[in-house]
Design a protein around this ligand. Structure first.
Ligand code: ADP
Ligand code: MG
Length: 236
């Protein structure tokens, strides 16, 4: 049983299907990629997985347990963390305080500071710890969102376009981070438009188009898949 399974998930917005019986797994120790053109339903699937949106049909299983009826906080306590495509930092707090808010929910007040500092160190954000979050360049702000998710020490980590706005060097380091998280056993589910990042770090890639998974497989195969190319035609 995979650590995370979205099973036959459907979501409609006012009669329009955003997701149509989507089944997708994320395994411990692996980076699973989810790609597809804008509007494909990637962020909606994340909302369903983390409990921000109830699916019309289908289930979400975390470690084999049906969590479909649980709220986001409950799922977070079970080891699910995410970042948002549209940055959701607390702009008026410092970088460290953004992490502390989450860390106190996760490891409790006593260990929060230590956990936050350890994650800041790991993501090379220590020098920015006292900077207000709303003044950060996008690349750094994205990394702080990832850091805030990591202080929860998640078993499953959902990343929604984390590399958007990062420069090449930042993305290179970020790729290393994702691989090391997977090596520690985390199930990483990565939504990303940066194809070279996706192809470098993912063990498996799923392609979503118009709310349906149209292709799945190792990056080397997905890169040349005709369905994938068709899904992206007119996009770039
Ligand atoms: P992606 O993240 O792959 O770009 P989204 O999940 O954001 O795609 O959107 C999938 C589809 O659902 C799009 O057609 C989008 O317009 C629609 N959609 C997303 N959120 C809402 C919403 N809150 N209300 C209505 N339609 C929405
Ligand atoms: Mg999106």
């Amino acid at each position: 049983m995979p650590l995370l399974r979205a099973e036959e998930v459907s979501v409609s917005f006012g009669g329009r299907r955003a997701l149509d019986t989507v089944t997708l797994d994320a395994e411990a120790g692996r980076v699973t990629g989810l790609i597809g053109p804008n509007g494909a339903g990637k962020s909606t699937l994340f909302d369903v997985v983390c409990g921000l949106r109830r699916p019309g049909t289908g289930r979400v299983l975390l470690d084999g347990r049906d969590v479909t009826r649980e709220g986001p906080a409950r799922r977070a306590r079970r080891g699910l963390a995410r970042t948002f495509q549209h940055l959701e930092l607390f702009g008026r707090l410092t970088v460290r305080d953004n992490l502390l808010v989450a860390a106190e929910l996760g490891s409790g007040r006593r260990h929060a500071a230590r956990t936050a500092d350890r994650v800041l160190e790991r993501l090379a954000l220590t020098d920015l710890a006292d900077a207000p979050a709303d003044g950060l360049p996008t690349g750094a702000a994205r990394l702080v969102e990832v850091a805030r998710a990591l202080v929860l020490e998640p078993k499953v980590l959902l990343l929604d376009e984390p590399a958007a706005g990062q420069d090449g060097e930042e993305t290179g380091r970020f790729a290393g981070l994702l691989r090391s998280l997977a090596a520690e056993g985390t199930a990483v589910l990565l939504v990303e438009h940066d194809m070279s990042l996706v192809m470098t770090v993912c063990d498996t890639v799923h392609v979503l188009d118009l709310g349906t998974v149209v292709a799945s497989g190792p990056p080397a195969r997905i890169r040349h898949d005709a369905t994938v190319l068709a899904a992206y035609l007119g996009e770039e």
